[in-house]
Design a binder for this molecule. Structure first.
Ligand SMILES: Cc1cc2nc3c(=O)[nH]c(=O)nc-3n(C[C@H](O)[C@H](O)[C@H](O)COP(=O)(O)O)c2cc1C
Length: 215
């Protein structure tokens, strides 16, 4: 830098460079963190898929038999819902759906819901959330058994009024001092079952898409 430049210009120039370097560093850290979070989520979903659908019950490539759908009416969320289809000798066995609900206390809760061809829940797991530790986080299987109560439920068991937390007249427990998180999960699972009932043919028959078609 030319020593002839006035000190105020030199300082501004240096500050500008420091700010640029700082921004670039932050962007790099963000990109790395984002990739790590996506990888961790993939790993988590794989583990949860294995927990929910017995590997002996299907013989297709579950992870490759994947589609994406969008339906804001049912899911109240614009994000794509990822659906993995389990089949035995080509026959529909179950769908594993990754759905989002915006109704958590701290925003989005991402769930994996397994539903068999008869419309019965095989299991539900929370993939990610930002609910408050000690209040809303018992939705996680690592924190409590609460999420297991959806297993074997369907639209007929319980009936429409049962699909709510007890505080709202339904069948599912809320947590001490925290109703919003369990209420959000109950509603999201119920909406997923309603979507399944209305769109079962599409869910099993829609051809898998190449990543380009999904965009
Ligand atoms: C700092 C703070 C964090 C909270 N986090 C949660 C949460 O993660 N999940 C939840 O259901 N409620 C949480 N609550 C409590 C809710 O505000 C609410 O009182 C509770 O869920 C009961 O809701 P209801 O009145 O609709 O039954 C939190 C409250 C505070 C003050």
């Amino acid at each position: 830098m030319s020593p002839a430049l006035p000190p105020v210009i030199r300082s501004s120039f240096l500050l500008g460079i420091i700010a640029l370097l700082g921004t670039a560093l932050l962007a790099a850290v963000n990109a790395l963190t984002h990739e790590r979070i996506i990888e961790q989520e993939k790993h988590r979903v794989l583990q949860q898929l294995n927990e929910i659908v017995p590997t002996t019950s299907f013989n297709n490539d579950l992870l490759a038999d994947k589609i994406e759908i969008r339906d804001e009416t049912f899911f109240r969320h614009p994000a794509a819902v990822t659906v993995y289809r389990a089949r035995m000798d080509g026959q529909a066995v179950a769908v594993m759906m990754i759905v989002n609900t915006p109704d958590g206390y701290n925003g989005n809760i991402r769930l994996l819901a397994g539903i068999n061809a008869a419309g019965t829940v095989l299991g539900v797991r929370v993939v990610s959330h930002r609910e408050t530790p000690g209040l809303g986080d018992p939705i996680e299987i690592e924190k409590s058994d609460w999420i297991r109560r959806f297993t074997n439920k369907s639209l007929h068991d319980p009936g429409p009024n049962g699909w709510a937390v007890k505080k709202d007249g339904g069948q599912f427990d809320q947590f001490t001092g925290a109703t919003i998180s369990p209420r959000a999960v109950v509603k999201a699972v119920h909406n997923t079952l309603l979507y399944f009932e209305a769109n079962q043919q599409l869910l099993f028959n829609k051809p898998t898409q190449s990543p380009k078609q999904n965009e």
